[in-house]
Design a protein around this ligand. Structure first.
Ligand SMILES: Nc1nc2c(ncn2[C@@H]2O[C@H](COP(=O)(O)OP(=O)(O)OP(=O)(O)O)[C@@H](O)[C@H]2O)c(=O)[nH]1
Ligand SMILES: [Mg+2]
Length: 312
């Protein structure tokens, strides 16, 4: 069987191989992604984001166990921040999710944020497609909600879970800044610590001000992921949001939003690459930069000229 067939039959080794090709940005990867695309669109994508160390991996592990109990297959993408906050997160994730490593119904992949040709968010999206094509019914993506790319990734999920922990007022501020408004489901994890109820209240207060455009009222759950407490309620909350989406045609809408986002990103990337390629043949970017710097032309005119040469 060739690689595509093996992936479509759910072979984890074939999937892992394609993912590595995707990460390396090979032409072969693009051909394979084209071939699997007709077999995608069935998986339900769940994004999990929140500050470093808030318990995202532990929650992912617990939610996975819950979904497995319900007989569902699960794909997990842990986007490793390789950030100054958490060194060795990949190792940590592997250990935390190890109990699923012998389970055929679970496929786990870590991705480093550095060294992605064409951007992290697009390669993560490609990996979602691979897991989808291999038949994983639920696809969980864990990212630290710090960078724009990470936020973009979870934004495109069907259900977005935002994780907070008690007792860090500043942390709430950080969350508020970028990722508060994208949560469909909120989790106050580490509820074994003081102040969990206050954090729930704070989130409730923040949610009062905003309202989602699709009529969904975000839900808040308290969990102690390390001990598996509150996970069944949380999982039911996620499935509740899924049902809501299906009832309200939101599932299709979210799918289209993601498609639009993927298309625009790819177009942007390819157009820029084409333009730079064309310019490389004519001496590269430097002569143009020199002219702009010398105020012989301006950036707007320069870009317009390049676009004209490309026939756009
Ligand atoms: N007290 C307590 N600790 C927890 C809870 N859930 C997770 N932890 C611990 O918190 C630490 C971080 O958990 P992770 O699941 O790795 O958190 P994360 O958000 O994935 O971390 P990064 O991916 O590094 O950002 C681990 O030591 C967990 O055991 C909880 O409910 N209560
Ligand atoms: Mg983690």
């Amino acid at each position: 069987m060739d690689l595509i067939d093996r992936i479509l039959h759910g072979d984890p080794r074939a999937a892992a191989r394609l993912i590595t090709m995707v990460e390396n940005g090979t032409a072969e990867a693009v051909a394979a992604l084209k071939a699997i695309y007709p077999h995608t669109g069935r998986g339900y994508v769940i994004g999990i984001t929140g500050p470093p160390g808030s318990g995202k991996s532990t929650l992912t592990d617990r939610i996975t166990a819950e979904l497995r109990q319900l007989g569902k297959t699960v794909g997990i993408i842990a986007v490793d921040p390789t950030s100054p906050f958490t060194g060795g997160a990949i190792l940590g994730d592997r250990i935390r999710m190890q109990r699923h490593s012998l389970d055929d119904g679970v496929f786990i992949r870590s991705m480093a944020t550095r060294g992605h040709l064409g951007g992290l968010s697009r390669s993560t999206n490609d990996v979602v497609d691979v897991l989808d094509a291999m038949g994983k019914e639920y696809i969980l993506i864990e990212t630290v909600g710090v960078g724009q790319a990470e936020i973009e990734i979870v934004r495109t999920a069907h259900t977005t879970i935002v994780v907070a922990v008690p007792g860090l007022g500043d942390e709430i501020q950080v969350i508020k800044a970028g990722i508060m408004e994208i949560g469909d489901v909120f989790v106050v994890n580490k509820a074994d610590r003081d102040g969990a109820d206050r954090t729930v209240l704070e989130i409730e207060m923040m949610l009062e001000h905003g309202e989602s455009d699709d009529g969904w009222r975000p839900k808040i759950f308290k969990t102690v992921a390390a001990r598996g407490e509150g996970i069944d309620a949380l999982t039911q909350g996620i499935l509740g949001h899924r049902e809501f989406l299906f009832e309200e045609e939101g599932h299709r809408r979210k799918g289209r939003e993601r498609t639009r986002w993927v298309f625009r990103g790819l177009l942007q990337e390819r157009l820029t690459a084409r333009a730079l390629e064309r310019m490389a043949r004519g001496g590269g970017l430097d002569p143009l930069v020199d002219r702009i710097a010398a105020r012989e032309t301006d950036p707007y005119t320069a870009v317009e000229e390049v676009l004209k040469k490309l026939g756009l």
